[in-house]
Design a protein around this ligand. Structure first.
Ligand code: PLP
Length: 238
């Protein structure tokens, strides 16, 4: 039987190989283990194998898992990333429990997160979600909106803007996928050149199926779920 630890090591090796192929050091790409729908026990197994960063999409489920892991005396503190959509009535959960939020695409949500971030916690680390390949109904700001939004977010006192995040749709072939990934990195590069944004260091891009191409394009953080934990079962979810 393949264990979570085995699959984690396999993904780490895949990241190192993709980075080497792109002439980048393996440490340039951070692995975020996406644990949505999986149990606290599964997270524990990955944590015991050395994984530190975990991503959750569903806020209530995430908050419960964060509390469960925090209560385990033998697990070192983990870093929790919110990678799901954030409605304005849910910002408080994110501000109070998570370390990162990747899906900021409106100033109103950023403002609420900054206002609600508790004083005893460090600033919430955030990414601007950009939509480079979808229509108006897809989450994320357009590349044209990114500069103004990023500058406004960077001025909020209790947030630290780290970079961009994107969830491109699958493409028919590798060349098309790489082209879309490069568009995301181009948005990051343009932001990075703006006054005050030269500290940005994160391109949150690539999942189990497209991580090699994302790393080739310049991703610094891949979000991998099924590649580590196996297929997800959504049947218990309304
Ligand atoms: C579920 C999810 C992932 C992980 O997807 P896999 O295909 O299981 O690797 C990554 N990013 C986001 C935003 C997700 O919702």
């Amino acid at each position: 039987m393949t264990t979570i630890a085995d699959q984690l090591h396999h993904v780490q090796a895949q990241i190192a190989a993709a980075a080497a192929q792109a002439g980048r050091p393996p440490a340039a790409v951070r692995l975020l283990a996406v644990s949505k729908t999986f149990s606290a026990a599964a997270v524990r197994e990955a944590a015991l194998a050395g994984q530190r960063d975990f991503g959750e999409n569903y806020l209530q489920e995430g908050v419960e898992k964060i509390a469960a892991l925090r209560a385990m005396a033998d697990i070192a503190p983990l870093t929790w990333h919110c990678i799901g959509p954030i409605q304005s009535n849910k910002t408080r959960l994110v501000a109070e429990h998570f370390d990162w939020a990747h899906t900021i695409d409106r100033l109103k949500i950023a403002q609420r997160l900054s206002d609600q971030r508790p004083a005893h916690l460090p600033p919430l680390q955030v990414c601007l979600q950009v939509n480079v390949d979808g229509g108006a109904t897809k989450a994320g700001c357009t590349p044209a909106e990114a500069a103004e939004l990023a500058q406004a977010i960077a001025r909020l006192p209790r947030l630290q803007l780290r970079g961009v995040m994107s969830i491109p749709d699958p493409q028919p072939d590798a060349a098309a996928m790489l082209a879309v990934h490069r568009q995301v990195v181009a948005v990051f590069d343009a932001l990075h050149r703006l006054p005050g944004l030269d500290g940005l260091d994160t391109v949150s891009l690539g999942m189990t199926a497209d991580m090699d191409s994302a790393i080739a394009a310049g991703s610094t953080l891949v979000r991998v779920g099924s590649g580590i934990f196996g297929a997800r079962d959504y049947s218990g979810r309304a």
